[in-house]
Ligand binder design. Sequence first.
Ligand SMILES: Nc1ncnc2c1ncn2[C@@H]1O[C@H](COP(=O)(O)OP(=O)(O)OP(=O)(O)O)[C@@H](O)[C@H]1O
Ligand SMILES: [Mg+2]
Length: 218
Amino acid sequence: MCILEGKGVQYSYDNKKKVLKDIHIQLETSKMYAILGPSGCGKTTLLSLLGGLDCPTGGQILFKGKELKKTDLSDYRKNHVAFIFQSYNLIDYMTAVENVRLSTRLPAWPVLEKLGLTKEEAHRNVLKLSGGQQQRVAIARALASEAPIILADEPTGNLDEDTAKGIFTILQESAHQLNKCVVIVTHSYELAKQADVILQLKHGEVQMLTHFKQESGN
Ligand SMILES: Nc1ncnc2c1ncn2[C@@H]1O[C@H](COP(=O)(O)OP(=O)(O)OP(=O)(O)O)[C@@H](O)[C@H]1O
Ligand SMILES: [Mg+2]
């Protein structure tokens, strides 16, 4: 089912240069998407529009067929999207467990444990965790959320290759087993190959590099 759609999406920060020129994108539940593209090409911009953090300057973003900017955006951000920010956006006076609890009433510890944190680390103030550990807390917070869409902006940029692969597998499970629509920005083609669909953002437009795995027989 198509849950999120971009139709002719345009965006410009200064009314002069268009960062996004003509984005056509259809994102389905139960699928994991990877977005590749050079630094500065507009990946974070696109993700923030899909997440309702900003509105396109042209074209439309539709959530379940309804134009996003005509719906209650704060309800959309709170209940329908889980964001993993490039800069983590953790609440810095809280522990890892407390940060994860912000997005769920379920116990926070199991998801932190799944991401490789120890119990002691989970109860430490997040500022006293390493960059990679903080990144995993941000991922845990999104995984613990019940939102049907996960938008992840370079979620493994601070992690070693094996840990990054493991996290992509966990995000893939969220798509395939929990029927979420998972969209991940990454600079790694190796990691992107774990997605069902690879999208390339270039010159303000999106191109599909691969089709669904089932269709291509991989
Ligand atoms: N708040 C802003 N005001 C003006 N220009 C901005 C702003 N945020 C981003 N830009 C510009 O818009 C373009 C796209 O930025 P964006 O952050 O979306 O790129 P990106 O693909 O995510 O890059 P990276 O891979 O380095 O994270 C860049 O040229 C950037 O300088
Ligand atoms: Mg970015």
